[in-house]
Design a protein around this ligand. Structure first.
Ligand SMILES: Cc1cc2nc3c(=O)[nH]c(=O)nc-3n(C[C@H](O)[C@H](O)[C@H](O)COP(=O)(O)OP(=O)(O)OC[C@H]3O[C@@H](n4cnc5c(N)ncnc54)[C@H](O)[C@@H]3O)c2cc1C
Length: 439
C-alpha cells in the first residue's frame, strides 16, 4: 500500500492562511497575555480572543480535530498534522482554534460516552472554549503504574437510582483550579486486576467533597497559570449516570483519549521544534565570535544539520502515524503513536538544547522562548505516561511479532544463511560457498 500524505491545493491555501494568521495575529498574545490560555476570559482578553476565534470559524477551521457531528470539519489525522504543526509554534493558538489539551480528549470522552444531559451541560461550552476540564487519573503514590492506584468508587444502592461514592487523592490534575468538571478514574472492583477493575466518572467541580489541596507549577511557569493540582475526593457522591463508559472499562475510556492526545502533542511539537530551529539558524547567521560567524563554525553547522535531520525524521514519523490512523484506525496505529510519543520528548530536548546553546547565555533567559522547548521535551517525556513505560510497552508489542530461535547460532549466522541459499538454489548453481563453521 502506498503512503500518501498529499492534500488538495485548496487545503494548501488554508495552511497558508493559518501560517500567516498564527504568526501575525496569535503569536503577539504570548507576550501580552503570557500563560493566560487556561484562565477564564476577562473582558480585556475577550476583546482580542473572541474576534480571533470568529475568524477561525469563518475559515471553517474551528476544532479541526473533530468530526462534523461535533462541529469540526472531519479533516482526518494527516491534515490535522499539517494544521497542528503550524499551531504548535505558539501556545495560544490551541485556544484560538479550539484544540487545547486536555479539553480535546475530555470532549471526545463526553461525546462518546456522556449522557444527553452531560453533553448539554458541558460539551457545548467545552467545544466553544468557554469552559475547561480536568483529567484526573495519576495518584500521589505514582502515575506510571495504575496498579498502585487506590482511589475507590463504591456503589450505594442498586439500579438506575444508585449513586457512586468516590474517595481518594489524585495528583497532577492539570487545570483543576479552573475546571468545570473532572473526569476521574477510580477503582470499582478491587478484586480484579486494575485494568478491568477501574471505571471513569464525570464529577462536576462543585460537587461536595471535591477539594483542591494544593496546586503545583512547573519551574518557569507563571503563578497565575492554573497549574497541576492535588485533589482530594472526600466522599464525593455522583449518580449512576456519572459513569462514562462501562463499569470496569475505565482504562479503555482513558486510552481512547490518551492515544489521540499523544499524537496531537507530537503534531504540535513539530511546530515547536521548527520555531527553535528557525531561531537557531537566524542566530547562527548573525552572531560573530572567535573570528567568524557561528554559522561558519563546523560544530554549529553540525547542530543545525542534526536538528534538521531529527525534525525531518520526526515529522515523517508523525505523518505516517497520522496516515495510518486515517486509513486503518487509531487501534492499528498504536505502536506508531507510541513511537511518536517517545520521539516527541527526545526531539524537543535535543533541538531545544541546541537552540539554547547557539544563543549562548541569552538562550537561557526568560527573554527568549527557548528554555520552554527543552522543558516541553522533559514534560512530554512524563505527561501521558513516562517515556520509559512507553518504551517497555512498545518493545513488548514489537517482540510479540517474533519467534525465538536457536540460542547459539541465530538465523542470520552465515552458515545458516548459506544453508538456506543451498536449499533454494543449490540445484541451479555450480558452487555455493562452503560452510566456514559447522553449526
Ligand atoms: C506537566 C504534566 C501534566 C500532567 N497532567 C496530568 C493530568 O492532567 N492528569 C493526570 O492524571 N496526570 C497528569 N500528569 C501525570 C503524569 O501522567 C505522570 O507524571 C506520569 O504518569 C508519571 O508518574 P509519576 O510522576 O508519579 O512518576 P513515577 O510513576 O513515580 O515514575 C518515576 C519515573 O520512573 C521512571 N519509570 C517509570 N516506569 C518505568 C519503567 N517501566 N522502567 C524504567 N523506568 C520507569 C520514569 O522515568 C518516571 O518518570 C501530568 C504530568 C506532568 C509532568
Amino acid at each position: 500500500m502506498a503512503w500518501d500524505f498529499s492534500t488538495e491545493p485548496e487545503f494548501q491555501q488554508k495552511l497558508e492562511w493559518i501560517r500567516n494568521f498564527v504568526r501575525d495575529e496569535i503569536e503577539p498574545l504570548e507576550v501580552i497575555f503570557p500563560s493566560c490560555e487556561f484562565l477564564p476570559l476577562t473582558d480585556e482578553r475577550r476583546r482580542i480572543v473572541d474576534p480571533l476565534k470568529q475568524k477561525v470559524r469563518d475559515q471553517g477551521l474551528w476544532a479541526p480535530h473533530l468530526g462534523p457531528e461535533l462541529g469540526g470539519q472531519g479533516f482526518g489525522a494527516v491534515k490535522l498534522t499539517l494544521i497542528n504543526e503550524i499551531l504548535g509554534r505558539t501556545t495560544w493558538s490551541s485556544i484560538i482554534f479550539g484544540t487545547q489539551a486536555p479539553d480535546t480528549g475530555n470532549a471526545e470522552i463526553l461525546a462518546r460516552f456522556g449522557t444527553e444531559e452531560q453533553k448539554q451541560r458541558y460539551l457545548t461550552g467545552l467545544l466553544s472554549g468557554e469552559i475547561f476540564s480536568t483529567f484526573s487519573m495519576t495518584e500521589p503514590q505514582g502515575g506510571s503504574d495504575p496498579r498502585v492506584f487506590t482511589t475507590r468508587a463504591v456503589r450505594d444502592g442498586s439500579g438506575k437510582d444508585s449513586d457512586w461514592v468516590i474517595n481518594g487523592r489524585k495528583y497532577w490534575s492539570s487545570n483543576a483550579s479552573v475546571a468545570s468538571f473532572f473526569i476521574v478514574v477510580a477503582i470499582t472492583d478491587p478484586d480484579v486486576p486494575v485494568h478491568t477493575g477501574a471505571s471513569t466518572f464525570l464529577v462536576p467541580a462543585d460537587t461536595p467533597g471535591v477539594r483542591i489541596e494544593a496546586t503545583h507549577h512547573l519551574v518557569g511557569s507563571y503563578s497565575h497559570d492554573p497549574g497541576h493540582s492535588l485533589v482530594h475526593y472526600d466522599n464525593v457522591r455522583v449518580p449512576a449516570s456519572a459513569m462514562l463508559g462501562e463499569e470496569g472499562h475505565g482504562f479503555g475510556v482513558a486510552q481512547s483519549r490518551l492515544a489521540g492526545g499523544r499524537l496531537h502533542h507530537a503534531m504540535r511539537s513539530i511546530g515547536v521544534a521548527q520555531r527553535a530551529i528557525d531561531a537557531m539558524a537566524r542566530r547562527a547567521k548573525s552572531r560573530f565570535t572567535q573570528g567568524s560567524l557561528l554559522a561558519d563554525k563546523q560544530l554549529i553547522q553540525e547542530m543545525v544539520a542534526d536538528s534538521f535531520v531529527e525534525l525531518t525524521q520526526f515529522r515523517l514519523m508523525v505523518l505516517h502515524a497520522a496516515w495510518l490512523v486515517d486509513t486503518a484506525g487509531e487501534r492499528a496505529a498504536r505502536e506508531e503513536i507510541a513511537a511518536c510519543k517517545i520521539a516527541t520528548a527526545a526531539v524537543l530536548k535535543s533541538i531545544g538544547l541546541r537552540a539554547i546553546q547557539v544563543h549562548g547565555g541569552l538562550g537561557l533567559t526568560d527573554q527568549m522562548p527557548l528554555t520552554s522547548v527543552l522543558m516541553g521535551g522533559i514534560t512530554l517525556g512524563m505527561a501521558d505516561g513516562p517515556t520509559e513505560a512507553h518504551k517497555v510497552n512498545l518493545a513488548r508489542q514489537i517482540l510479540k511479532g517474533y519467534e525465538a530461535e536457536d540460542p547459539v547460532w541465530p538465523s542470520e549466522f552465515l552458515p545458516n544463511r548459506i544453508e538456506r541459499a543451498r536449499e533454494k538454489y543449490g540445484h541451479l548453481v555450480d558452487r555455493i560457498p562452503a560452510l566456514p563453521v559447522s553449526p
